[in-house]
Design a protein around this ligand. Structure first.
Ligand code: MN3
Length: 218
């Protein structure tokens, strides 16, 4: 989370075919090498001559969009958001590991949604009903409570003061080759390939993030 300009295409933490049969190899290949790479390249292009922003993290830029020059604001929103959102997306997926929430995230889900199944239902409903392109998120608010929200296009939850824990990409490019218009089949299968170890790490980092924000120095 400390990266700044020039942004890099982060290494995919598994092979292109690692999410089969739920997400097919070709989709992962195009999603990562074409879509994510384009967001990275365009973000760097946009910031190239704006050296005053070269030391800011992507998170800082995305939390302060309204303070950026009008000329680059929309590009940072869309391409910066594209980089940020896809880095989370690819990092929380895998085939191995726990198929259910573990540790602190399991407890937090029970507290907020009662059961894992109820969380899945809520996330799937939001993902399936989101009109057009965007994301369904599990995110943390500044009271360290979990929420399910959606964002449009490449908007992030950072911009609405939430910390990202997990997201489902419901842009058609995330599923169309295999599922065509059947988004609900994709979102159903998505829960077979979540890396809950990584999601718990995000949860724990969210707690630290808001502890820091809320901490009154002595
Ligand atoms: Mn995508």
């Amino acid at each position: 989370m400390k990266e700044h300009y020039p942004f890099i295409l982060k290494e995919l933490p598994y092979n292109y075919d690692a999410l089969e049969p739920y997400i097919d190899e070709e989709t992962v290949r195009i999603h990562y090498n074409k879509h994510l790479k384009t967001y990275v390249d365009k973000l760097n292009e946009t910031l190239e001559t704006y050296t005053m922003y070269h030391n800011f993290s992507l998170e800082t830029l995305l939390c302060n969009l309204d303070k950026l020059p009008r000329k680059i604001r929309e590009s940072v929103r869309n391409n910066g958001g594209g980089v940020f959102n896809h880095n989370i997306y690819f990092s929380i997926l895998e085939r191995k590991g726990s198929k259910k929430p573990i540790g602190n995230i399991e407890k937090a889900i029970q507290k907020e949604f009662n059961t894992y199944e109820q969380l899945v239902e809520k996330l799937r409903n939001e993902a399936n009903n989101l009109f057009g392109s965007g994301y369904a998120w599990l995110a943390m608010d500044n009271n360290k409570r979990l929420k399910v929200v959606t964002t449009r296009n490449q908007d992030t939850v950072l911009a609405i003061n939430l910390y990202p824990i997990l997201l489902i990409d419901v842009w058609e490019h995330a599923y169309y080759l295999k599922y065509q218009n059947r988004r609900a089949r994709y979102t159903d299968n998505f829960f077979n390939i979540i890396n809950w170890e990584k999601v718990e790490e995000n949860y724990n980092n969210g707690v630290k993030y808001f502890n820091r924000v809320l901490n009154i120095p002595n």
